[in-house]
Design a protein around this ligand. Sequence first.
Ligand code: SF4
Length: 400
Amino acid sequence: MYLCSMAGIYVHIPFCKKRCRYCDFYSTAGNNTAIRESYAKAVCWEMELRREFLQDEAIKTMYFGGGTPSQLSAALLGRIVRKAEEVFGFDTLDELTIEANPDDLSQEWIDGLKEAIPQYQLRISMGIQTFDDALLCLLGRRHTAQQAIDAVHRLQDNGITEISIDLMYGLPRVEESNEANKTYLEGWQNDLDKAVSLGVPHISAYHLSYEEGTPLSRMREQGEVREVNEEESLACFKLLRHTLLGAGYRHYEISNFALPGHEARHNSSNWSGIPYLGLGPGAHSFDGMHRTWNHPNLIRYLEVLGSKEFIENFGTISSGETLSDEDRYNEYIMTRLRTAHGISPEEIATRFGNERERHCRLRAQTYLNSHRLSRTADGRWVLTEEGIFVSDAIIADLFC
Ligand code: SF4
């Protein structure tokens, strides 16, 4: 067991009003109120059933991800939080995050949430992606740029200032000319400037990926959209760093930027190997030695959790594995190297042995020589700007 005194809870909310064209996360569209009620009840049962998973670790963070958690009513979200308080014995948290879509953030929903869980300082993580309405439409998002801006202001007016927004770069190209090239980067600059002007303390930025089987992937195959090339991606990434670092944000993880003191605590805990319990179909859990996951099947989840035999049958909707030393070393490399904290050869030797430390040192030397990794004053290795852009290859190379 990983020795620490804190843990987190992740609750997957597998509902979306409409599927976005690029997304392959597990969620279902068009569910009715009765299913959502049953779902909240099922998640509460799963908490009861798995209350021992985190042993006696104190719960410090809770995260509702999706899917679209804001598709759940404030009352149902409140019910799940109160059940977690009862089962895991906490009455306060360092962070309570709810992912949200801009067009769900009505005054009524915000009021409901403040009433349902008044004791928590809420953190809202909002998927905006771009402020370009034509691109939002192409991506199949269900909100406009103005709705996103209004939603941020509404939260701020209601005293909810811990806001994170998601942006996406490397979005599809629909035109080819040099002029369009210029416009393309100007468009991304415009997104970044708008994001900064909103005064949110946290911004996540992801490169669009064309996931197999998604409508956007088919559009690319049929030549309806063109994927950006590596040069364009790199230009976007450099613009991202330049703009956000210039505005005072810290680049503390490959995809995440925060004003000082506003880093995401739940996700940072996950990157540090702190245990978490994941509830709902598709959710993963980790206790330091074992990883388990619930199968991404809402109907089966509801059937099992809604039945009298749910204790006996829970094993049919989840799987798990015990991590080997090698898995744990690889996981350490993968999660830590993505962060500004980087990896520490000393820590590797202590936690995973001298042989793995030698292996890592040998491989890392190539990247230190090519300035893709740099050494900090206290001896850790961190990715440089050049390194971040090829981080997947570096991480894979340092694996055992
Ligand atoms: S991107 Fe978010 S809102 Fe869109 S389909 Fe995926 S989970 Fe749902």
